[in-house]
Design a protein around this ligand. Structure first.
Ligand code: NAP
Length: 469
């Protein structure tokens, strides 16, 4: 009989453990090998980064189906080019030019019955898709309640209905927003009870349309119809997901790329980016807020990487799994610090509308309004008179009015700190080995704001402000 001494036994055990550990660790790219992903919102800011990251990091992915609606009379192929012509695809196209052929456009509209997609396309999706990432939404904070419900809520219902028909679906990921429940000061990674019943919302809309005052009361503390619609989607998903393994990723304020493939890239003027760009170009001198208020921001590539990882790791539980993709609880940054870092960087640029100045923050709306009048409206009015005298078209009052409206809309986010928890996300990131942590950076604790804000400002300058001039 073969007898092993202790040393040999220890060696065998340690080898077995190593081999088992190596076997049980699934690379994120291995999960996607040979599989197809269906993405909505692929022409958007986050969607483009998601597609690029999936193609660059998961090289054996089978295909990415992207739902694209017809818009501005453009053909489907032209709209597809809107995605692949974005500079974030340059690196991929130069290294692996054929990879972008894995993007398969599917014509459709989330807000239409059955997504208005062709029967043959629906069949392809039902047969082939393993992962759904539903990112499409109307993200306009000023959108009417009806529009927010039509695109965000009905759209999500339609995508859920399709997801349930998919034969090989492993993960259904809904991109929500941490601000869906900004009525709370602490936001945990759970789905909170409904704010309103669906029928209540529709009868309210039928009765009051978009009357601002009644809407504000009806929203139960949710900042706007957009955030309310996102929160209702979460409830709908929880109640109607069937057997789909469901994950919700909730980003906070999504900001330009910090890392791969193109630091600083951003193509969205949406809400917060418009707000920061107004500080960069010197339009904003005063706003609603307090220097110590924490502003929760997260780079778009971190959101995208977390989403890719979350879908790959799946949901082993019977509940919906929620991941907050945010920074306030793990690496907070205050309004004052953001403004100071933006100012320091912006002063290096020569193309501002006005010389950027330290932004003053006040909680009193009366003080903010008076200061805006004196420091922003009056100089803009005078600058427009000067333009008229030179025979040029006035522009500053119009720009300033938009900037003031944006500050007003965002005041609900800039006047109070939210503490957004992210333990689930931290646990998810902890499942990655060192190689995958490098490939899919998503841990907000790794962000150095001192290094990132200059990248962020440079990106807004290069990709948004310069292109606008
Ligand atoms: N950006 C942020 O700061 C932020 C923060 C928290 C959460 N989120 C969430 O992240 C997701 C992505 O946001 P984003 O910043 O990437 O927004 P975005 O740039 O405005 O992109 C929105 C995407 O949704 C698509 N879409 C809108 N209506 C559609 C419809 N009826 N049918 C099909 N597609 C439609 C748009 O397509 P078109 O090109 O055809 O318009 C676009 O691809 C959203 O769910 C949003 O709620 C964003």
């Amino acid at each position: 009989m073969l007898r092993l001494d202790n040393k040999q036994i220890i060696k065998i055990y340690s080898n077995t453990t190593k081999t088992d550990a190596a076997k049980s660790y699934e690379r994120i790219s291995d999960f996607y090998a040979g599989k197809s992903v269906f993405i909505t919102g692929g022409t958007g800011f986050l969607g483009k980064v998601l597609i690029e990251r999936l193609l660059s990091t998961c090289t054996d992915i089978e295909s990415i189906y992207v739902l694209i609606r017809s818009k501005r009379g453009m053909k489907l192929e032209q709209r597809l080019r809107e995605i692949t012509d974005a500079p974030i695809f340059d690196k991929l196209k130069s290294i692996k030019p054929n990879t972008i052929k894995k993007i398969i456009p599917i014509e459709g509209d989330v807000s239409k019955p059955d997504l208005a997609i062709r029967t043959s396309d629906e069949q392809k999706l039902k047969d082939n898709v393993s992962v759904v990432i539903h990112s499409a939404a109307n993200v306009n904070f000023l959108a009417s309640f009806r529009t927010a419900m039509k695109i965000n809520y009905e759209g999500t219902k339609n995508i859920i209905a399709l997801g349930k028909k998919m034969k090989n679906l492993e993960s259904f990921v809904y991109i929500s927003s941490v601000f869906a429940r900004a009525d709370k000061l602490t936001i945990d990674e759970v789905i909170y009870p409904r704010l309103r019943k669906e029928e209540e919302v529709y009868s309210f809309i039928d009765m009051y349309g978009d009357d601002a005052k009644t809407t504000e009361k009806f929203l139960c503390g949710s900042p706007n119809p957009y955030t309310m619609s996102k929160s209702l989607c979460e409830n709908y998903l929880q109640e109607n997901r069937g057997s789909m393994k469901t994950i919700i990723v909730r980003p906070s304020i999504v900001t330009p790329i910090i890392g791969e493939p193109l630091p600083g890239w951003c193509d969205s003027w949406v809400a917060a980016i418009g707000y920061f760009s107004d500080i960069i170009r010197g339009l904003t001198k005063v706003t609603y807020g307090h220097p110590n208020v924490v502003i929760d921001m997260i780079p778009v590539d971190y959101v995208s990487n977390l989403t890719i990882v979350a879908a790959a790791r799946g949901n082993q539980s019977d509940d919906v799994l929620v991941y907050n993709s945010c920074s306030s609880s793990s690496n907070p940054i205050s309004s004052q610090m953001i403004n100071d870092l933006i100012l320091e960087e912006s002063l290096k640029y020569k193309n501002h509308e006005w010389k950027p100045r330290k932004v003053k923050l006040y909680l009193s709306p009366l003080v903010v309004k008076s200061m805006m009048f004196a420091l922003e409206m009056v100089p803009s009015f005078l600058a427009d008179i000067f333009l008229r005298l030179k025979g040029e078209t006035p522009k500053y009052m119009e720009m300033q009015k938009l900037s003031i409206l944006l500050k007003y809309v965002l005041r609900k986010f800039t006047m109070k700190s939210l503490y957004i928890k992210s333990e689930n996300s931290q646990k998810l990131i902890a499942t990655l080995d060192e190689k995958d942590k490098v490939l899919f950076p998503s841990d907000p604790r790794t962000i150095s704001w001192f290094k990132y804000i200059p990248i962020f400002c440079h990106g807004i300058q290069k990709h948004l402000l310069k292109s606008k001039q």
